[in-house]
Design a protein around this ligand. Structure first.
Ligand code: GNR
Ligand code: NI
Length: 172
């Protein structure tokens, strides 16, 4: 397993749409393991492949409580097949936008269809933090970030701050 580095805004890679995975093979399982290691190390509760510069439709997450046993989950080619009318608000953060948190409103419950790490089709119903996290990660695979749900004023402000930082670090 290898820890990968996490890409931050305003890197345009984060705006790319990821491509479906044709076959779930050992390379994909190794990628999932690297993503889990990177996520736990960060630490975060989710990570999408585009956040480490891989433009494939896969994300990992673990929303287990800190004192509980780990519950790593791998979602390949995920699709939301149902969303509740009910909405809920969570304060979201993103490893690609470090130390920035804002409330985001999303469907409270979703049903998500995906391939698991064995390549078998699976469908789960998610609510609470898991529902929010699944939607946040699926957005990443479509080049969308949680700041896209905020006012233009807030979004522009945070993008500007990270752009300035990247320039100072010689990354732009
Ligand atoms: O670690 C993370 N925490 C989090 C909190 C609330 C809503 C979504 C998330 S996902 C985030 C990790 C991340 O950036 N995944 O893409
Ligand atoms: Ni994120």
């Amino acid at each position: 397993m290898t820890k990968r580095s996490i890409i931050t805004i305003p890197d345009p890679v984060l705006r790319e749409v990821c491509a479906p995975i044709a076959t779930v093979d050992d390379d994909i399982r190794a990628l999932a393991d690297d993503m889990l290691e990177t996520m736990y190390d960060a630490p975060g509760i989710g990570l999408a492949a585009s956040q480490i510069g891989i433009l494939k439709r896969i994300f990992v997450l673990d929303v287990a409580k800190e004192d509980a046993p780990k519950e790593p989950m791998v979602f390949i080619n995920p699709e939301i097949v149902w969303s509740s009318e009910d909405l809920s608000v969570y304060q979201e953060g993103c490893l690609s936008i470090p130390d920035y948190f804002e409330d985001v409103e999303r469907p409270a419950e979703v049903a998500v269809k995906f391939l698991n790490r064995e390549g078998n089709a699976q469908e789960i119903r998610a609510d609470g933090l898991l529902a929010t996290c699944v939607q946040h990660e699926l957005d990443h695979l479509n080049g969308k970030l949680f700041i896209d749900y905020l006012s233009k004023l807030k979004r522009d402000r945070v993008v500007k701050k990270f752009t300035k930082q990247a320039k100072l670090a010689g990354k732009l």
